[in-house]
Design a protein around this ligand. Structure first.
Ligand code: ATP
Length: 320
């Protein structure tokens, strides 16, 4: 038996842990492994490397992905996917492991539907925007990175008695803002699923100032419709308190994965290889629910809608 492993879309901390686990579990079971460079683009270009146990040595703790990642326009076309399928066939690859976000999983589904190749998908994205899994690989590391940054920002924010809007990643999902906002006691948390209430944000700034607070942290998800600089302008105009914007951007994608992300990556990868070894011909999305590793039909998984975490938001509101 032979498998290919690739990482696709935005990188996330823990992708290397997933590559390592998928490779070593496969080799342990006598399955040959090809590491595929640069995602679907590299697959189309035939960038396959025969992996052994040492190929994935010393990477567990490293951020990014040793296989590198890419966004591929060619793979979006039927012809591109046909070329990818041809490459897989010519190498005798029976199944593919794809580590990436929802776009990568949609690509995997198209490949699987059109060419009958089973694809096991692991949720590799910091965004935590997949409905079928409680957590994605890299999310917890990204949240910890944001919390770390906020501690530093808070120092200078207090010294200057200003409000800081911290814009974090997550595309249309507000989980990075929500979890990090809750973890660092942000005064306001703004997520895309909630209507933006600028007067309420201003009221908090004024109330904070009146009770002697030296800083005010507003955690804002990038998916919230209003531009962060426009929000800062409106806050300053309404409250008279200086408002600064910090956009954390790609900083959030880097760094060594947390223990939880390494373990999630290892467990989901082991499940993928388990399914392949047992002869599963269906494409699957693997994730975690209530601490248990789960697998769903890939198409079904992609149709699951992420539920907003109202209880987390309510708690943040009480605590602020
Ligand atoms: P992240 O959430 O971190 O951005 P992602 O996996 O969602 O990761 P995308 O850029 O959306 O990242 O997708 C990665 C690649 O998957 C795309 O560049 C493209 O090659 C492929 N892909 C995405 N959507 C489709 C689709 N509907 N059909 C075929 N291929 C797709």
């Amino acid at each position: 038996m032979k498998i290919g492993i690739l990482t696709s879309g935005g990188d996330s901390p823990g992708m290397n842990a997933a590559i390592r686990a998928a490779t070593r579990c496969s080799l342990y079971e006598g399955i040959q492994v090809y590491g595929i460079k640069r995602g679907f683009e590299g697959l189309i270009d035939g960038e396959l490397i025969d992996f052994n146990v040492s190929s994935v040595g010393d990477i567990l703790h490293r951020g990014g992905t040793i296989l590198e990642t890419a966004r591929s326009n060619t793979f979006m076309q039927v012809e591109g996917r046909a070329k990818a399928a041809m490459i897989l066939k010519s190498f005798g690859i029976d199944a593919l492991v794809v580590i990436g976000g929802d776009g990568s999983m949609r690509g995997a589904l198209a490949l699987s539907n059109e060419h009958g190749i089973p694809v096991m998908c692991l949720p590799g994205t910091i965004d935590n925007d997949l409905g079928y899994t409680d957590y994605t690989i890299g999310f917890e590391t990204a949240v910890n990175t944001v919390v770390d940054c906020v501690s530093k920002i808070r120092d200078t924010s207090s010294s200057h008695e200003r409000t800081t809007i911290i814009e974090v990643m997550g595309r249309n999902c507000g989980d990075i803002a929500l979890y990090s906002g809750l973890a660092c006691g942000a005064e306001s948390i703004l997520v895309p699923t909630d209507e933006l209430d600028v007067p309420a944000v201003c009221k908090k700034v004024i109330m904070g100032k009146n009770r002697g607070k030296k800083h005010n942290i507003i955690m804002k998800a990038e998916g919230v419709k209003m531009d962060s600089y426009e929000l800062a302008k409106q806050i300053a105009q309404t409250t008279g308190v200086e408002a600064k914007v910090v956009i954390l951007s790609y900083l959030q994608r880097g760094g060594s994965p947390t223990a939880s992300d390494r373990i999630l990556a290892s467990r989901t990868a082991a499940k993928a290889i388990d399914l392949i070894k047992s002869g599963c011909k269906e494409s699957k999305a693997i994730g975690v629910r209530g601490g248990e590793i789960v697998d769903y039909n890939l198409e079904e998984a992609l149709s699951m809608v992420k539920q907003p975490k109202k209880d987390y938001l309510d708690l943040a509101e009480v605590l602020s």
